[in-house]
Design a protein around this ligand. Structure first.
Ligand SMILES: NC(=O)c1ccc[n+]([C@@H]2O[C@H](COP(=O)([O-])OP(=O)(O)OC[C@H]3O[C@@H](n4cnc5c(N)ncnc54)[C@H](O)[C@@H]3O)[C@@H](O)[C@H]2O)c1
Length: 448
């Protein structure tokens, strides 16, 4: 089993919770059934919807019906996290483009300690391109854990149906996709829906306390930031004669930019997100970068790069030096530092060194469970409602900015990236031909 198949990246072992600027204080108990909530929401103006509490209530009982879209390693893991922390939660529907993936996920879940709350009848098992829509129809809260390319449409549909959402990172692989998610997240806010991002480090107490110290001035003014996400290689799922090119690409999604966003967006987004968090989620003004394919050069590795080096620069001159690579056999390193006028914060190591010296004591919480604790508290109206839409879009776009600067060899501004109309979607969502595999060449590949 590979990192993805076991559910989370080997190095993603920590996390945290974050309240969001768009959260709304829930001060009255209004029960909102999932589908009834959508209808009610549609009947109200967006102003009237501001602050609408996001409670779940089934007429039959207090069960929170969870649906899973994308039955791979992470989706299966997310179900376990949800059931770990909320006794009212029950998995009632599952969907995957491939039936065999759904079957193996369901089997694994039925072998888990929460098997008594895995209640997915055959009628609630969906496969194919439209499986996500059927899952969304049949749950109160949906886990969106497919290949990243499909997230914008899934988030749009879940919001339109009035469902609470857990959305894995990244939320898109191109700028038009990010714009769609941004718009949907705003509507989710108006509808009083909870939207939690799988950018899980933000939900880990140790990271929260370290970043709090960056924000409270313990290291003075930020001068530079540095982050590294160097890992080994991942899985490859082979090729079968009976598969169309589209099936081959979707099964081996990691290696196709239109599907994964490349590893800077799919994996290193965690590092970029921590740096964005340190910068209070202010977008960088521009980025220049380099990257390429040093080790993964064969055709089976699709069109993605295996290393990137980026320099992001903010309006005030603050720079982030970012690097990531996936080279099997080379040294691994996942670390990030914020250097200030009075000291340095080592975010991954949870310490501050300088005029103020501090280190997180004790064991960090399990970030993967922690994000679910807060998600359910939000859904049940026990805390400010969470809508992580803004930062999950900004961090996704920042990673796409780094990728695009490397692919083109051009310095690209945030504004140019935000308004890019380059849509990586295929001509048709069907098992047949797939997008052409073209490896970007800096200096030749155009920014659009
Ligand atoms: N937050 C974290 O630490 C973390 C860790 C690992 C993965 N992830 C993210 O979770 C997502 C899934 O990663 P994974 O490792 O589970 O991959 P995976 O390949 O194991 O699972 C993805 C599943 O989605 C299914 N799928 C693909 N397209 C689909 C579609 N259109 N409709 C329905 N199902 C579809 C695939 O068949 C597969 O079963 C990725 O976005 C990844 O970046 C996050």
């Amino acid at each position: 089993m590979d990192q993805h198949d076991v559910g989370q990246h080997d190095v993603d072992q920590q996390h945290e919770l974050q309240t969001n600027s768009t959260s709304s204080r829930i001060d009255r108990r209004v029960f909102l059934s999932a589908s009834g909530g959508a209808l009610a929401a549609a009947a109200l103006s967006s102003t009237a919807l501001q602050g609408l509490p996001s409670m779940i209530h089934n007429s039959v009982d207090e069960t929170i019906r969870v649906g899973l879209v994308g039955c791979g390693g992470r989706g299966t893991g997310a179900v376990i996290n949800a059931l770990n922390v909320e006794p009212r939660a029950k998995l009632v529907a599952m969907g995957d483009i491939f039936k065999d993936r759904l079957d193996s996920s369901l089997k694994n879940l039925l072998d888990e300690e929460h098997a008594d709350r895995i209640d997915v009848s055959e009628e609630m098992q969906f496969s194919g391109w439209d499986s996500f829509e059927k899952v969304i129809e049949n749950c109160d809260l949906v886990i969106l854990a497919t290949t990243p390319h499909f997230r914008p449409e899934q988030i749009e549909k879940a919001v339109a149906a009035g469902k609470h959402i857990f959305a894995e990172k990244p939320v898109a692989t191109d700028a038009p996709g990010v714009a769609r998610v941004r718009a949907a997240a705003r509507i989710a806010d108006q509808k009083g829906l909870t939207l939690v991002s799988g950018l899980c480090y933000r939900y880990q107490d140790a990271k929260q306390q370290t970043i709090d110290r960056v924000h409270d001035g313990s290291i003075g003014d930020i001068i530079t930031l540095q982050c590294t996400y160097n890992t080994g290689g991942l899985w490859h799922r082979g090729r079968k004669d009976e598969w169309s090119e589209m099936e081959y690409q979707v099964r081996n999604w990691y290696y196709f930019n239109w599907l994964s966003g490349d590893h800077i967006t799919e994996q290193s987004i965690h590092s970029i997100d921590k740096m964005m968090w340190a910068m209070k989620d202010a977008p960088p003004a521009k980025c220049s970068a380099s990257g390429g394919r040093t080790c993964r050069t064969e055709e089976k590795w699709g069109d993605i790069y295996d290393h990137f080096n980026c320099v992001f620069e903010w309006e005030n001159g603050t720079k982030l030096f970012h690097s990531c690579r996936q080279w099997s056999g080379a040294d691994g390193d996942v670390s990030d530092y914020v250097h200030g006028t009075r000291g340095t914060a080592a975010i991954q190591r949870h310490r501050i060194d300088g005029e103020v010296n501090w280190k997180f004591s004790g064991s960090p919480n399990d970030m993967y469970d922690a994000e679910w604790v807060e998600l359910f508290r939000s859904v049940k109206g026990e805390r400010d409602r969470i809508n992580n839409g803004e930062y999950m879009c900004n961090s996704t776009l920042a990673s796409i900015l780094g990728r695009t600067a490397a692919y083109t060899g051009k310095t690209i501004t945030w504004d140019e990236m935000s308004s890019s109309e380059l849509d990586l979607s295929p001509v048709a969502y069907e098992f047949g031909p797939a997008p052409a595999v073209e490896i970007a060449r800096p200096g030749t590949t155009k920014f659009s």
